[in-house]
Each structure stands twice: as C-alpha cells, then as structure tokens.
Design a protein around this ligand. Structure first.
Ligand code: ZN
Length: 483
C-alpha cells in the first residue's frame, strides 16, 4: 500500500541534531509529527518540497530571547523564522511578560518587553492562554523573571527583599511553574535586582527544586568579577539542586579580554559536580538598555532605540554627545529609556566560547525598533555560514547540534531538537554552501540568505524568502517536556 503523508521533503541530506554525520534521506510529516525517514520513493504526500542538494535539519531553538511580547505583538516572528528558528526560550535576564499588575510602572529594563498598548498579564496562565488563543509562528518555552517578581511584589527595589516578600515571590513562582513556565531567570546585573543577595535568589527559587526546573542567569558581573559571578551561579544551582544556565556567556571590557581562558575551564570543572549549561551569541558587541556607567561606555556605543529621541536610532553616542555639547554619560541619560549596542568584547573570546563543546547558540535579540542589534535577524545563519563554513570553528553537524539537540536536552524540550520518527515536525531546509547572515550594524533587519524552507509543527511557515502565513507555534510547558 502506498503511504500517504501531509508533507514530504524529498532528496535532502539530513543533519539530525545529535552531532551524528549527515546522511541522505527523504523525510515525511503527518499530523504535525515526523512520520518516516528514509527512501520514500513510493510514498505520496499532499505537498512536496524538493530538498535535493540541501540540508534538512531540526528547526533551530533560540536558547536566549526577549520575545515574550513580540510573540503577541509581532506574531509572524519574521526575524526568527527567516533564520530557521522554530522555538524560542523567552523570559530571560530576569524579565518576563508575567506576572505583572495592570497599570504598574515598569522600571528599565522591564519596559523593553512592553509593546505600546500591550496587555498586561497578571499570571503565566493568562499569558499562555493569550498565546494559545493567538498562536505565533514559532513555539515558545518561557522562564519567570526574578526582576519581574520583585517589581510586582516590592514597593522599593533598592534593597533586599524581606522574608514576607520572598514568600510572596515564591508563591508567584510556584503558580507560574504550575501554569507551565520551565524555570526562573535572574538579571542581577540590572538595577531592579542589583540589591538582591545570593540568599534572596536561593529563597525565592525554592519552588524550582521539587520540579528540577531551570535556574537561568544574566550574571551580576561579566567583566572583572566574572569568576566570582560564576561561583555565585554554581552555588545557587547546588543549593537548589537544579540545572543552571549561564546566559550569553562573555567577558567584557578591554582589561578583561582573554579571560575566557579561565572561565571555560572553571565551567568545565563545575560541570563535573552539577548540571551547568551556557549559551552565547556570535558577535563582539552586546545590546541592552541604555546605561550611563563608565564600564559600559568603554568602547563604541551605537544607539538602537530611544523613546525621547527616536531620531537618534542608528547613531553613535559619541557623535550625539558632541552635537549636544555634553559628556557621553549625560547624553546617554537624556536618551533613556532606550536600547544601545556596546562594542565590548574580543573576537578571540567570542570564538573560544562559541567553540566550547557545551555552548548553545542564543540570539539575545531585542525585537524593538528599526535599528536593533543584527543578532536579532542574523545569529543562526552567522554561526552556520561565517563561523562553521568560513572560519571552520566546528563542523556543520556540531553547529546544528548547538542550536537544536543540545538545547532541547538542556531545557528539557521533549520531542524537539532532533530529526527522528515521532518528533514534532519542526524542520529547516537550508543550503550549506550559501547560508549566511545578511544583517549588519548599518542594515540590521536584512533577512538571512540560504534558508529554503522552515516548517513549524508540520506547517510550512517560511519558504523562498517569504513568510507563508502559518502560525502553528505551540506553548511548550513542563507537562509536555517531562512527558
Ligand atoms: Zn542578559
């Protein structure tokens, strides 16, 4: 009997997301799942894609995003699906779209998630319900932000939480995990959480332990005190007995260039005692809220967005300060709230961290304005094209693994991240010879090249440089991920 499928990818070369060598095979999809892999010459399908000469891989999982609100306000998620991304992990760096109070003021950087007029979600249940009512084009797994918990619980953020406030935050975290959040993130680098002690984070994080949920952190310091910050991170993971993720691992500021030669062996050593993961974006510039402290103004600063001065997006802070006749910190203050791009890293460190065996790829893109950091549109093709093909930092199979199988394993995203029968049909078809990021600091929203087709839960979502209109993204909860 002739098998019949919904979708058939014919004649491609499969890189399955496990780091195993590539192999020739057809891939068939039925009911949103991968139904068959092999020689399917006799099979028929409602729709076929000619993948000859192309790679068929698991859809990429963006391990580090700030897409919480964008999933609702920009549900096509073109900046992600155009790169081959089919799943995003949201709620990073201590900030999440829930739980919030209607009408509350959001301190920076919590306001980075807020689309004008966006609905405020008082619970994760309400946030996930909204995403299920109006699905986006990619799947989402979400973390609860510790800074968000502080902002919704405390009357002042300039101090450690009281025991009663910690209990209130625990209750909110517990309810969020119950609704399907996969862990908690912190951002002790940022003003809303600078005053949170290690003990506060451990106390608030107690509900993570029973579920083995993740502790994910934008650490207190990624500069001169990065080793102490790693130590704090590992301690929190040990005391809670949960896996930790070191977010966007980097060493910043010129004085600290080369420090990854120390941080990586330290991370490797910790991995021998406890569960530790890390992610990284493939650029020497970072991007975050506009800051005024000297350390952040160390190198070139490019303004990405500014609420009071939208006309300054895309310009150098130094030029704006000169034009206004004020020092740079004062110009930065006048541009707040907004976002900027900071050139603070060394290429050698970026390559060393990216090449480290266990490093996942995450974009850390901020989906805001016309002049975002190019990582928002370019991260995954940049790793595949620039760092794997051109720089030969690792084989293509390893590059794919760092953005699929490894990430699914670390975040517990069951049924995702590999090409195998029975898996959810999240797939990307790309040309290994031409894939490249086209987004630059000058033109940051140019879609990547070499992505042929992107399939989310069996639905063709991107094809030949165009969005196909599908919005088949699912909320990935722990119930599913532990199933
Ligand atoms: Zn961060």
């Amino acid at each position: 009997m002739t098998q019949s499928y919904d979708l058939l990818l014919r004649g491609g070369t499969v890189i399955d997301g496990t780091k195993a060598p590539r192999f020739e095979a057809d891939v068939a999809v039925r009911g949103g799942r991968i139904a068959a892999i092999g020689d399917l010459a006799g099979a028929r399908a409602a729709r076929e894609i000619d993948a000859s000469g192309l790679i068929v891989a698991p859809g990429f999982i963006d391990s580090h995003t700030h897409d919480d609100q964008a999933l609702l306000s920009q549900p096509d998620m073109g900046f992600k699906v155009s790169q081959g991304v089919t799943t995003v992990v949201a709620g990073n760096c201590g900030i999440s779209a829930a739980p919030l109070k209607a009408g509350m003021d959001l301190p920076m950087p919590l306001n980075l998630l807020d689309a004008p007029g966006a609905e405020r979600f008082t619970s994760f249940r309400a946030y996930f319900d909204a995403l299920r009512r109006q699905p986006a084009s990619v799947n989402v797994a979400a973390l609860v932000g510790h800074s968000t918990l502080r902002a919704v619980t405390m009357d002042s953020l300039d101090r450690e939480a009281t025991p009663a406030e910690m209990r209130a935050m625990q209750d909110l975290l517990e309810a969020s995990l119950e609704a399907g959040a996969i862990g908690m993130s912190t951002g002790t680098f940022y003003p809303p959480a600078v005053k949170a002690s290690t003990e506060e984070i451990i106390e608030v994080g107690r509900p993570l332990s029973a579920r083995g949920a993740l502790y994910v952190t934008h650490m207190r310091d990624e500069a001169a005190r990065v080793m102490e910050s790693l130590d704090e991170t590992f301690r929190i993971g040990r005391e809670l007995g949960v896996p930790v993720v070191v977010s966007h691992h980097k060493v910043q500021n010129r004085a600290n260039f080369g420090l990854s030669e120390k941080t990586l062996p330290f991370i490797r050593e910790a991995m021998g005692q406890q569960k530790v993961c890390l992610d990284c974006y493939p650029y020497t510039a970072g991007s975050t809220m506009i800051r005024t402290d000297r350390g952040m103004l160390d190198g070139r600063v490019l303004i990405a967005s500014s609420e009071p001065h939208p006309e300054c997006a895309g310009r150098d802070l130094a030029d704006i300060a000169a034009e206004w006749g004020v020092p740079e910190p004062e110009a930065a203050r006048r541009l707040q709230p907004g976002t900027a791009i900071y050139f603070l890293m060394d290429e050698g460190d970026v390559q060393r961290i990216l090449a480290f065996d266990e490093t996942m790829v995450g974009s850390d893109g901020i989906p805001l304005g016309d002049k975002p950091h190019p990582r928002l549109w370019g991260t995954f093709p940049r790793v595949l094209g620039h760092y794997s093909r051109e720089v030969s930092l690792f084989p293509l199979e390893t590059a794919v693994w760092k953005m699929t199988g490894l990430t699914a394993r670390n975040f517990g995203l069951a049924g995702r991240g590999t090409v195998a029968e029975g898996q959810h049909a999240d797939l990307v078809v790309f040309d290994a010879a031409t894939i490249r990021d086209a987004a630059t600091y000058d033109e940051p929203t140019r879609p990547a090249e070499g992505i042929h087709s992107v399939i989310v839960n069996g639905q063709v979502t991107w094809q030949q440089g165009r969005h196909a209109g599908a919005r088949a993204g699912q909320v990935i909860t722990r119930e599913e991920s532990t199933a």
